[in-house]
Ligand binder design. Structure first.
Ligand SMILES: *Cc1c(COP(=O)(O)O)cnc(C)c1O
Length: 394
């Protein structure tokens, strides 16, 4: 079937042809419950009317012009992003890894401007920042790196949720310029710091003490997923830099590096660029996405439905020792098992349910933010039954 596609994905044997809300249909007319949302991309679900209209209208009017010119849709999306994030400036690109590339370049330039010739960025174990050379080097997973050495240097790795390790680096390395951290680790297994607001707030304090930039990778946690616009908004802090992508334009490729304060003026003319970045079509989709999240109350819904799903699984798995933990931050939900469970993805597909398994033992659910209570109930019933069967036979 895929003779002319490079073999970079182990694809499930299904082809989807249409979607509506949290539902997808394949080319045989079978209907599936989507609890993955294109990996946290389709926050509005499939076929959201105001998104479809915004994209169609924009496509008819103007799809692309160069960043050599002013782009009204890009300025409007930057305004809206800054309004909801409290940040100052935005650079648009086309994906999460590109957003992180921009953050990494920004941090290095910030260091060079201070006279630090070999700037270092603190990154975390089990992190995921993308597949480009710099971002795979920043990623805390050797599977992503093997075969692509030599890695990009300039990263210092410490355990996640370990303040003492960051302090130790601060005391021994004068070349650090920034910390890059996910508020909740997505690919790493829905890892939530024990006291997540204290973790970010303490990192903020360390950055202030040493004049480092605090850079949050909100590519997966951002755009309403955890119940606030951005996960850092569950805390009292403001980051210097934030990377966004996945949910930002509901599937039209986009990424953004968002900065405030001293970080907002680091990039000057000629220091970075992108041909497609922030084009009218992507930005119209981004604006429609943010407006729909606001008008449809989807942040509130993400928190409510996420907690409902978590509580549903906790009660279903009560007394089952093989389920190590059910945890969530809004609609980022992880079910950690005591054994590898990658096979669950195909079993779920056969049961017409789209899920993901990450970090080998963690069932990861990233449902559309539009999921309602009845759909959440159905997800819990169908998936918990499947997991119980899996556990009894594996
Ligand atoms: C998905 C993801 C990325 C990479 O995004 P791409 O668009 O695939 O390049 C980076 N960081 C985090 C936290 C992600 O979840």
């Amino acid at each position: 079937m895929t003779t002319h596609l490079m073999n970079t994905y182990n694809r499930q044997p299904v082809t989807f042809v249409k979607g509506e809300g949290v539902w997808l249909w394949d080319d045989k007319g079978e209907k599936y419950l989507d609890a993955l949302a294109g990996v946290a991309v389709n926050g509005l679900g499939h076929g959201h009317p105001s998104l479809v209209k915004a994209i169609s209208d924009q496509a008819a009017r103007l799809i692309h012009v160069s960043n050599y010119y002013h782009i009204a849709e890009q300025e409007a999306l930057a305004d809206k992003l800054c309004e909801v994030s409290g940040m100052d400036k935005v650079f648009f690109c086309n994906s999460g890894c590109e957003a992180n590339e921009a953050s990494i370049k920004l941090a290095r330039l910030y260091g060079h401007n201070k006279g630090i010739e070999i700037p270092q960025i603190i990154v975390m174990e089990q992190s995921f920042h993308g597949r480009t050379l710099a971002t795979l080097s920043a990623t805390g997973n050797s599977k992503v790196q093997i075969g692509f050495e030599p890695l990009v240097t300039g990263f210092i790795r410490v355990p996640y949720d370990d303040i003492a390790a960051v302090r130790a680096v601060a005391n021994s390395n004068p070349n650090v310029v920034a910390i890059l951290v996910e508020p909740v680790q997505g690919e790493g297994g829905i890892n939530i710091p024990k006291d997540s607001s204290a973790y970010l707030e303490t990192l903020r304090g360390i950055c202030d003490d040493h004049d480092w930039l605090l850079m949050v990778d909100e590519v997966q946690t951002g755009i309403g997923r955890t119940g606030t616009w951005f996960a850092f908004q569950h805390t009292a802090i403001q980051p210097d830099v934030m990377s966004l992508a996945k949910g930002l334009a509901s599937g039209v490729p986009i990424g953004a590096c968002v900065a405030q304060g001293k970080a907002a003026s680091v990039f000057t003319y000629g220091k970075h660029g992108s041909t497609f970045g922030g084009n009218p079509l992507a930005c119209a989709a981004g604006l429609a996405t943010l407006n729909a999240i606001e008008s449809d109350g989807l942040r509130e819904n993400a928190e409510k439905i996420g907690n409902l799903i978590r509580d549903g699984f906790i009660s279903e798995f009560n007394g089952i020792g093989a389920v190590v933990q059910v945890r969530n931050a809004g609609l980022m939900i992880g079910i950690e098992l005591d054994r590898p469970c990658a096979d669950l993805v195909q079993l779920a597909l056969e049961a017409k349910l789209l899920i993901n398994v990450t970090a080998e033992r963690v069932v990861r659910l990233l449902p559309p933010l539009v999921m309602n209570e009845a759909e959440a109930h159905e997800l819990v019933q169908r998936l918990s039954a499947l997991i119980k069967v899996f556990l009894s036979s594996n």
